[in-house]
Ligand binder design. Structure first.
Ligand code: UDP
Ligand code: MG
Length: 318
């Protein structure tokens, strides 16, 4: 019998984990000819989330828990999930019930038809502030234009991945992960499903603006070097303009003689160019920083404890 591992990364979700578990068991009991197991990845929660999950695990051996040594962020937590998933397919789902677990049934149907990456696209975003919706729409438009990889704006991490795709993702050990882009980068046959996102079942969003900004930067820097090219182009344009201006000044000086005026244009030139130089240095720095981080080749995460499922569902079966 084929197995499906549901990967649920969580950070401080004490108010929703039980509800999440209930919905998942309902699904597993009502669905299809597959065995489900639930792989919870604790991404450094500081509340009662871990004890709650371990409590559930005591009664349900389909649950296994990877307890990371600290908070690494959802991207890394998901990777830890892929590393430990044992199923023939893996489903990644948020713990906050914004994504309906029932959709997994439909994903499985498409998986059976041979699709290796069945991803869910959000139709509307309930309970999200206007600013977040708008910035995210704008960001994906830009990213899509700038990078050669297709990144589907409203497709998140909620998806079913065939073992082949999971293995592919596992081989990519980038420090600064941007999994959303990796899904399309690895290829495989993809199928798109739609769903309406619900509001969080409890708790609050874990994204701070700063972390979103960081993720957004990762998205750009790991998929395109366009910003570097743009700085080159701007540099070229400014140089040409400066050259033309030099000619004008030269001719003027030769014909009319030198006078000491020109302080404003001098200042404007210096400040404008100084600004441009700093911006391009910053852009180079962003890339360089990432190169630096990758060359350190540090392990991507450490595990505090791995509470493996002891049921016959575990490795032995393979
Ligand atoms: N999450 C995580 N580590 C983090 C941040 C978030 O494991 O550092 C989990 C979180 O518990 C949830 C999922 O990632 O299960 C999505 O987070 P959230 O709902 O806060 O994001 P949003 O839906 O607001 O984009
Ligand atoms: Mg959420």
């Amino acid at each position: 019998m084929k197995r499906i591992t549901v990967i649920i990364p969580f950070l401080n979700e004490e108010s929703v984990l039980e509800k999440m578990y209930e919905r998942l068991t309902l699904l597993a009991d009502s669905c299809c000819d597959y065995r489900f197991d639930f792989l919870f990845v604790n991404d450094g929660s500081t509340d009662q989330s871990l004890p709650i999950i371990l409590g559930l695990k005591a009664f349900d051996d389909r649950i296994s828990v990877v307890d990371l040594s600290r908070n690494y962020g959802k991207e890394i937590a998901m990777l830890a999930g892929f590393d430990h998933a044992q199923g023939d397919a893996a489903v990644v789902i948020d713990s906050d019930l914004q994504q309906p677990p029932e959709l997994i049934k439909e994903m499985i149907v498409w998986w059976e038809k041979g699709y290796e990456d069945v991803y869910a696209v959000r139709k509307e975003r309930k309970g999200e502030r206007f600013l977040k919706k708008w910035t995210s729409a704008f960001y994906y438009r830009i990213l899509q234009k700038a990078s050669k990889t297709n990144i589907y704006p409203n497709a998140g991490d909620f998806r079913l991945l065939d073992r082949k795709a999971v293995e592919a993702l596992k081989t990519i050990r980038e420090q600064e992960r941007y999994t959303k882009g990796l899904y399309s980068w690895i290829g495989f046959k993809k199928k798109e499903l739609f769903y309406n996102a619900d509001e969080r079942a409890g708790g609050t969003t874990k994204w701070r603006f700063s972390s979103l900004f960081h993720l957004a930067m990762n998205g750009v820097t790991s998929y395109t070097t366009l910003p570097l090219k743009i700085t080159t182009i701007i540099g070229g344009i400014v140089s040409i303009a400066a050259f033309l201006y030099m000619m004008i000044v030269l001719v003027q000086t030769l014909l009319l003689g030198a006078d000491v005026s020109g302080y404003p244009s001098l200042m404007i030139g210096i400040l404008f160019l100084g600004g441009l130089q700093l911006i391009s240095l910053g852009i180079i720095g962003e890339y360089l920083g990432r190169v630096f981080n990758e060359t350190k080749k540090r392990p991507l995460y450490f595990i505090d404890t791995y509470y493996e499922s002891k049921s016959p569902l575990s490795k032995k079966e393979k």
